[in-house]
Design a protein around this ligand. Sequence first.
Ligand code: GLU
Length: 467
Amino acid sequence: MNTIITRFPPSPTGYLHIGGARTALFNWLWARKNAGQFVLRIEDTDEARSTKESVDAILESMEWLGIDWDDGPYFQTQRHDIYNEHIDRLVEQGHAYYCDCTPEEVNAMREEAKAKGLKPMYNGKCRNRGLKKGTNTVVRLKTPDTGVTIVDDIVKGSTAFQNTEIDDFIIQRSSGMAMYNLAVVVDDITMGINTIIRGDDHLVNTPKQILIYQALGAPLPVFGHVPMVLGSDKARLSKRHGAMSVGEYKKMGFLADALINYLVRLGWSHGDQEFFERQELIEKFDLEHLGRSAGMFDMDKLYALNAKHIQKKKPIELGDDLVPHLADLGIEAQNDVFTQGVIETLQPRSKTLVEMAQGAAFYYMDEIEFEEKAAKKFLKPETSDLLNKCAHALEELCDFSQGPQEEMFKQIMEETGLGFGKIAQPLRVAVTGTTVSPGIFEMFIALGKEKTVQRIRKAAQFCTAQG
Ligand code: GLU
C-alpha cells in the first residue's frame, strides 16, 4: 500500500479554532496510525485577511496540542510559480482557455440563465475563440457539458453533481493569481496528498476540484467530509457558544490530551468508549467510524474528561503545565518535588489546571491569611492549647508519613476527648486559611513538617490574640 499522506491547510485569518483543530487531529491520527506523513500548509492567498500573528498562533496551538507535522509549513503565497506552470499546461493541452469577457458581460450571462430558470453561470463564450493571454484575460477550466461528477466520500457516501450545473469556472485571475480551488488541487497533487479529511463546508468545492484533478490527469485522493461541530442549540458552533480558540482552552486550564480526547469524540467513535490516552487514539482511530451526524459541543463533558485526564497523569507530567497557571496567581514555582507533592493532593479534586493552581496557592504562601468566617468559628482563644499540642506532637514525629500522623491524631483524640473533625478543622484553617482543602495528612506531607508546624504555631498565637 502507498504511504498515507494527509494534510491540514488552515487559512491564517485568526487563531486555531476548535473545528480546525478537530480536522487537523483526524488527519494527524490517520497519518500516525499508518506510519504515514502529515503535511502542514498555510493557505494565505487572501493577503488582506492573512496575518503573521495568525500563523504564529496556529503553529503554537498545534504544538501545544502535540499535533506535529512531517512536512511544511508550506505557504501558498510562495507557490505562485508552481500554480502558474500547471495553469499553462492546462491551457496548452486544451483543458483551459483565456477569456476576456468583462464583469458586465458575465453578469448579463448570469441574468440570462436565471431568466431561463437555470443556475446563474458563465455561458462558455470564449471556449473556442483561441484567445491569447492579455492584460484583461482570466483562465477558465473547460468543464464537461454532460454527465455527472461523482464525489465518493468515505463519510457521506456517493454524491452526484450534474456537470451542466458547473460552469467553466475561473482558475486564474487577470492579475495572474491562481484561484483557490486550483491552488488547493495543485498543492495536494504536488505534496502527494492521498487522503483528505475536512469539514463538509468544503463539499461544494469538491466537484470543481475533482474536475481539476481530471484535467491534470492526476488520481483522486480519498475524500472524507465530516459534519461541522454544533453548539448545544444545534446551530453551528460559533463564538456565542463560548470559547472558540484552542488557545483559550489552554488558558482555561485544559490539558492538551483532554482536549484531543474530547475533539476526536465529536465526530468519531469506538464503541461507547469516552476516555482515550493519546497513544490509544493513534492505535484505534479509523475512517470507518467517522460520524455522519454532527457532534454537539458540551462543556460539561469536556470538564469531566479533563478531570479524568488530570487524575490519570503522574504529578511530574502535570508540573510544567501547572507552573504558568501558578505564575498567573503571582506564585513563582517550578516543576520540582515540592510542586509534584502539591499536585498529588489536588489531582482528585481539580477539573482544570486553573482550579488546581487556585487550590495550590496556600502551599506557596509565606503568610497565611485566615478567612474571617473560618477564623471566627475555628480559631477561638480556647483552641490555642489544642493547636500547640498538635504542633508539638507533629514536630516530635521522626517519620512524617501518614501512619505515624494518624497514630498521633488518635492519641490526641483520646487525651482531649475531641472527635476527629474538632481537631482537624482548626488545623485545616491554621494551615490553609480556609475550611476546604485536600485531606489533612496528605496535605501536611506535601507541605512538609517544618512549614506545617510553623503555620500551626502561628495560628495558635492568633487564637491567643483573639482573647
Ligand atoms: N483552508 C481551508 C480552511 O481553512 C481548508 C481547505 C481544505 O481543507 O481543502 O477552511
